[in-house]
Write a protein that binds this ligand. Structure first.
Ligand code: SAM
Ligand code: DTB
Ligand code: SF4
Length: 328
């Protein structure tokens, strides 16, 4: 473990970083970035909703919750072949990680989980990293996912411990942390981050980053989402966050967790190109790539390719993208 990585951040310290004048903050974050990551490279991750809607949880940001009517069509678990066809299309368009999301509260053993295991090994066989986000997980289920070849498990803390109850009442912060521990113990890399723009305070944003950085090991990837307000959800009428708020959050995450991949995630459609480039300057080195997130839109592939080409940004292809390198 790298002893220069810190796990003892305090709120006062993190607030001071977050609130630094923006040009100074971005300069500092870019310095940290260059010390730990190749410059001008951004990983392209594609996302697919493999099971959509009718979720029993009441997460107030989420259009897939059965508690609200956000007009999302419910769909049962997709077939393995269809998922792998979609993964191949994403790979051929340049993605190196394929992320599969299911609107489940938790994983249940049985046919559906067995099919997800087949999806994971099929994606790895295509030479891509495989990530899933399936809700809560037991230690045994995490081990089975690892055996199937899973690269990363996405499970977001979403906000601070203090604000969590204002957003979700059907599960606790501790349950989130327990699943992250099962993932870590199984030897799967951890993808965990959160959402800004849900009515939380700046201290809540910093508090969430502290929870992530003070875990025994930093998550290997940290998605920073801006709320996509969806009509019908309790947060559907909120305004989208300003680009500069994402820049501050990304820069602060980059400085606190120097080796992690920081993903500029949901909310990119509401940002112009310049704001996105400032996020990359602040240390974001991954995006969701493909016309759709789970149920909402994302910048289209052609536009992203043009933006990257004009900016001289190249795809970051991790060694773990190749199935052969991860036989252990
Ligand atoms: N059901 C699983 C869970 O909650 O962990 C996996 C799927 S869930 C949709 C994955 C993540 O999507 C959430 O943790 C949240 O961070 C993000 N998300 C959901 N709705 C969103 C929205 N409207 N805007 C931004 N992010 C959102
Ligand atoms: C993450 O942090 N963001 C992604 C992924 N992990 C699963 C999900 C974003 C969802 C945005 C709303 C939607 O499309 O339904
Ligand atoms: Fe369900 Fe996940 Fe959406 Fe919460 S965020 S309602 S658990 S799909």
């Amino acid at each position: 473990m790298n002893s220069s990585l810190r796990h003892d951040w305090t709120l006062a310290e993190v607030r001071a970083i977050h609130d630094t004048p923006i040009l100074e903050l971005v300069y500092r974050a870019q310095g940290v970035h260059r010390a730990h990551h190749p410059e001008s490279k951004v990983q392209l991750c594609s996302l697919l909703s493999i099971k959509t809607g009718a979720c029993p949880e009441d997460c107030s940001y989420c259009p897939q919750s059965a508690h609200y009517d956000a007009g999302v069509e419910t769909e049962k678990l997709m077939g393995v072949e269809d998922v792998l066809r979609s993964a191949k299309t994403a790979r051929d368009a340049g993605a190196s990680r394929f992320c599969m999301g299911a609107a489940w509260r938790e994983v249940r053993d049985g046919d559906d989980f067995d099919n997800v295991l087949q999806m994971v090994s099929g994606v790895r066989d295509l030479g891509m990293e495989a990530c899933v986000t399936l809700g809560m997980l037991t230690d045994d289920q995490a081990v089975r996912l690892k055996r199937a070849g899973l690269t990363a498990y996405n499970h977001n803390l979403d906000t601070s411990r203090e604000f969590y109850g204002d957003i979700i009442s059907t599960r606790t912060y501790q349950e989130r942390l327990d699943t992250l521990a099962h993932v870590r113990d199984a030897g799967i890399t951890v993808c965990s981050g959160g959402i800004i723009g849900m009515g939380e305070s700046i201290d809540d944003r910093c508090g969430m980053l502290i929870e992530l950085a003070n875990l025994p090991k930093h998550p290997e990837s940290v998605p920073v989402n801006a709320l996509v307000p969806v009509k019908g959800t309790p947060l559907g009428d909120l305004e989208t966050v300003k680009g500069v708020e994402l820049v501050r959050m990304i820069a602060t995450a980059r400085i606190m967790m120097p080796e992690s991949v920081v993903r500029l995630s949901a909310g990119r459609s509401a940002l112009n190109e310049e704001a996105q480039l400032l996020c990359f300057m602040a240390g974001a080195n991954s995006v969701f790539y493909g016309d759709k997130l789970l149920t909402t839109g994302n910048p289209d592939v052609d536009g992203d390719q043009t933006m990257m080409r004009e900016a001289g940004i190249e795809p970051l292809i991790p060694e773990t993208a190749s199935a052969e390198t991860d036989a252990a």
